[in-house]
Design a protein around this ligand. Structure first.
Ligand code: NAP
Length: 278
């Protein structure tokens, strides 16, 4: 078989990897668009990561998604890195170029904003501050995309305050840090409330930030998507807010990667959501 006639291969690398929804998602798109490719989950340890990444292109892989715990480590291995991945400090998408170079990108922030646009079309980034709960890896992607979209201010709170202060230093004067015990105070002024912590996820404690100050005009979104409707989103709906679940972020972040690897921009529609939930 010649280079040109090779069936394109892609996949997701993490450890553990069994929980990943990416295989269902990409396989759904491959089938929908009749593309003769494959998408494979791969459990790879940290000490074997570089070796695997240098070998995969020789086997017909056009790229891979990267998930926990390797999102930061691949930044040391990649030959080229997009500005947004540098800003976030982590990559979730690798493209194996024909010249042998590994190109790293981070599409989480893109996925976050596209999901918001789809779920809350009336939300205008410039309409007011965004309150962000959490200061982990996902928060970095969310914050960089919100600032790029033009939010006037980010109100940020994290259980471990120093992590929020590190992000404030990195992202600049449009970020104001609140103590975790005062996180409820951010809600009063927020046009958008985002949970980027793992609280509310199946098997984790509930998010206990007081939400009494929530206005019906505040858009509320949760990065947690298991369960799909978290307590935060249920409370937001009761308060009359537009509530946007986290599954759409997962779907939208996959769009640029699929397009680069397989040459077709996929749609995020009801069938895509259903495929990811199967
Ligand atoms: P991470 O880097 O490990 O950060 C975890 C965050 O949760 C930190 O801010 C941490 O606070 C906070 N946290 C954890 N346990 C807590 C507790 N008991 N009380 C208060 N805060 C707590 O993880 P991540 O990569 O940012 O991911 C965070 C969540 O986003 C996960 O649930 C992940 O599945 C989800 N996510 C979803 C998408 C999507 O596409 N929808 C994409 C990325 C991530 P400390 O700093 O104090 O530990």
């Amino acid at each position: 078989m010649t280079e040109l006639s090779r069936i394109p291969l892609a996949g997701v690398i993490g450890s553990p990897i069994a929980h990943s929804k990416s295989p269902q998602l990409h396989r759904h798109w491959l089938k929908t668009y009749g593309i003769p490719g494959h998408y494979i989950p791969m459990d790879v340890s940290a000490d074997n990561l570089e070796n695997v990444l240098r070998t995969l292109p020789t086997m017909g892989f056009v790229g891979v998604n990267i998930t926990i715990p390797h999102k930061e480590a691949v930044m040391e291995i990649a030959d080229l890195i997009t500005d947004r991945a540098i800003l976030i400090g982590a990559a979730n998408t690798l493209i194996f170029r024909k010249d042998g170079k590994i190109h790293a990108d981070n599409t989480d922030g893109y996925g976050f904003i596209e999901n918001l646009k789809a779920g809350a079309p009336s939300w205008n980034p410039r309409s007011g501050p965004a309150a962000v709960l959490g200061a982990g890896g996902a928060a970095r992607a969310v914050m960089s995309s919100l600032l790029e979209a033009g939010v006037p201010e980010i109100l940020l709170s994290n259980r471990t305050r120093v992590r929020a202060e590190v992000l404030q230093k990195e992202f600049g004067s449009r970020v104001r840090v609140f103590d975790w015990l005062q996180a409820g105070n951010m809600v009063d002024d927020a046009a958008l409330l985002v949970n980027t912590t793992s609280l509310g996820m199946i098997g984790k404690p509930e998010l206990r930030v007081p939400l009494d100050g929530l206005h019906a005009t505040t858009v509320v979104t949760d990065l947690v998507y298991a369960p799909l409707k978290t307590k935060l989103l249920a409370t937001a709906e009761e308060a009359g807010c537009v509530a946007v679940d986290g599954l759409g972020m997962l779907l939208h972040q996959a769009v640029p990667a699929f397009e680069r690897w397989f040459g077709r921009r996929p749609d995020v529609d009801r069938a895509t959501r259903a495929a990811a939930l199967r």
